[in-house]
Design a binder for this molecule. Structure first.
Ligand SMILES: Cc1cc2nc3c(=O)[nH]c(=O)nc-3n(C[C@H](O)[C@H](O)[C@H](O)COP(=O)(O)OP(=O)(O)OC[C@H]3O[C@@H](n4cnc5c(N)ncnc54)[C@H](O)[C@@H]3O)c2cc1C
Ligand code: FES
Length: 505
């Protein structure tokens, strides 16, 4: 016998009084054994799926912003009318239902057919051939958006990676910890590229860009011509240069292959030394603890992540990892590796696995050699166009004029890369949309998610609301009396509100 799912709230096919639905609010119910979220916004009522298409976040706990609902976990937003994922990291729409009014009752009717996305390009805006260099966050999001808005000419995506575009943040989190299967990692399966006519060429390294003849050259000697080019080559990990760093047990983590190699090595290892106490290093530490390895973290910092999140969050992160058995060796660096990692402090830690998470460098070679303007990244304008017309850049390589801080900034965040890829695609197609979204990133450590909105390389004041150690806080980083960035733990709604405020100031 088919088991009935236990569903929250009222049966919405039978109807609920309009008064039960908060104005500018949400109510979870169900229809035909499926959960449905009723949303009232500006006097209109909508019915959508309550589950975010990114990682299933609860939209009912999110924020209504105009005619969109934003997910509390990683700030994706969905159009209430069409279900379209209008802000990454979600890329797929949520299901929408018909809403019927009879008397004072609101009833949910049948599922609606998928409607067109709200943005469609003018048929006149038609480059013949878009070439995207890079098959990561920005490159994939650009290709997907170009097709979503109706671009029908050629898209070629050239990626030096041999795997189809995948969810890179998962490589240091659940995938590395072994708590999700591989199926969760690719952003789309092979069929998506075939159905959408995206000519994806994997294992293709672009070695040169000729702006005069408008073509890129591959390492196999072939050339690919473009009308519009998107550079989205991302970043590469900085490697240790100390004696012994070239040994096979010493890893870095950027690609799926890197993550797989660490997983393989972890199966026969007992003790790992993670070099670096920043996001990737500490996520690796947490994931390898889940695989029951003894984990040591070595870093020159006084506190983990203090330079990004301040001392209070740094102390919290250290305590959290120590509670899970991680052993820190701070204010020192490794100086040599053999069967042990030898530290400048004089300590030696026997280790069968070493993972270096000591930062990344943007891959700028193509842009530099083609003499595009470089400013500690590829310099782009607010439309994400480089100094050479018809060449755009997005993601980890791009330094753009950030409208909130008024500075030219470059960040290494998944959501920013996706949103920039999408914005670049729109501008490639002639939309002339300014990229004004405030940076957002998240990081996950055991059960504690850290969300961060804005950008503060420095600050003159930190204001803490709530209690960091109890995992319930909002931390404001202020510069010249203004909030430059907000970090939070389990204050999702406030984090979303901070994003909205920063974008509208
Ligand atoms: C393990 C890990 C975990 C992360 N977790 C988070 C997180 O939790 N939250 C967060 O906000 N950010 C996270 N990040 C950062 C985030 O993944 C990056 O900011 C994002 O991937 C940048 O996107 P991108 O498109 O610029 O570059 P990438 O995603 O790195 O893609 C670059 C692509 O370009 C290709 N390429 C490079 N050079 C060439 C060339 N010459 N020719 C052809 N192809 C080329 C590469 O193969 C790759 O496909 C994480 C990063 C890593 C490595
Ligand atoms: S789960 Fe909704 S944005 Fe990630």
């Amino acid at each position: 016998m088919k088991e009935e799912k236990k569903l929250a709230g009222p049966d919405l096919s039978k109807g609920v009084p309009l008064d039960d639905l908060p104005s500018e609010g949400m109510l979870t119910g169900h229809v035909d054994n499926e959960e449905v979220l009723l949303v009232q916004s500006r006097g209109e009522v909508f019915a959508i799926s309550p589950h975010c298409t990114h990682y299933n976040g609860p939209l009912a706990e999110g924020l209504l912003v105009g005619d969109t609902v934003c997910c509390p976990w990683h700030h994706a937003c969905f159009d209430l009318r069409t279900g379209e994922a209008v802000r990454a990291p979600a890329l797929s729409p949520v299901t929408c239902w018909e809403v019927l009014r009879s008397g004072g009752l609101i009833k949910v009717g049948p599922k609606r057919k998928r409607s067109q996305p709200r943005t469609r390009i003018e048929p006149t805006a038609k480059p013949e051939r878009i070439v995207i260099v890079g098959g990561g966050a920005a490159g994939f999001a650009a290709a997907e958006m170009a097709r979503r808005v109706g671009y029908q000419n050629s898209i070629a995506m050239l990626s030096s990676d041999t795997a189809l575009p995948y969810d890179r943040p998962n490589l240091s989190k659940d995938y590395l910890a072994g708590t999700i299967p591989f199926d969760y990692v690719p952003l789309r399966d092979k069929g998506f590229y075939e159905e959408n006519g995206i000519e994806i060429q994997l294992g293709k390294n672009v070695v040169a860009l000729d702006v005069r003849t408008r073509e890129v050259r591959l390492s196999d000697g072939k050339s690919v011509a473009y009308d519009r080019l998107l550079l989205a080559t991302g970043a590469e990990p900085v490697r240790l240069t100390i004696p012994g760093a070239e040994q096979p047990q010493v890893h870095t983590l950027r690609s799926l292959a890197d993550s797989n190699a660490i997983i393989e090595a972890s199966k026969t290892s007992k003790r790992v030394v993670v070099v670096g106490a920043s996001f990737i290093g500490l996520e690796v530490a947490a994931s390898l603890r889940a695989r029951k390895l003894e984990v040591h973290v070595v870093a020159p910092d006084k506190r983990p992540m203090e330079h990004i999140l301040g001392p209070e969050m740094g102390d919290f992160i250290r305590t959290l990892h120590e509670e899970h058995g991680v052993i820190f060796h701070l204010e020192t660096k490794p100086k040599a590796i053999d069967k042990a990692v030898h530290l400048e402090s004089g300590e030696a830690i026997d280790a069968d696995l070493v993972v270096a998470g000591i930062g990344v460098r943007p891959r700028l070679g193509l842009a530099e050699n083609a003499e595009l303007k470089i400013d500690r990244g590829v310099a782009v304008d607010q439309y994400l166009e480089t100094s050479t017309p018809n060449i755009f850049a997005a993601g980890d390589i791009a330094r753009w004029p950030d409208s909130h801080s008024g500075e030219n900034i470059r960040v290494e965040h998944w959501v920013v890369a996706e949103r920039q890829g999408q914005a670049a695609a729109m501008n490639i197609l002639g939309a002339r949309e300014r990229f004004t979204q405030v940076p957002f990133f998240w990081s996950q450590h055991y059960d504690a998610p850290i969300n961060y909105v804005g950008h503060a390389e420095t600050w003159d004041k930190i204001e803490i609301e709530g209690d960091v150690m109890s995992k319930d806080c909002l931390v404001r980083f202020k510069r010249n009396g203004r909030v430059a960035a907000v970090a939070s733990i389990f204050r999702d709604l406030q984090s979303l509100q901070a994003e909205v405020e920063m974008e509208h100031v």
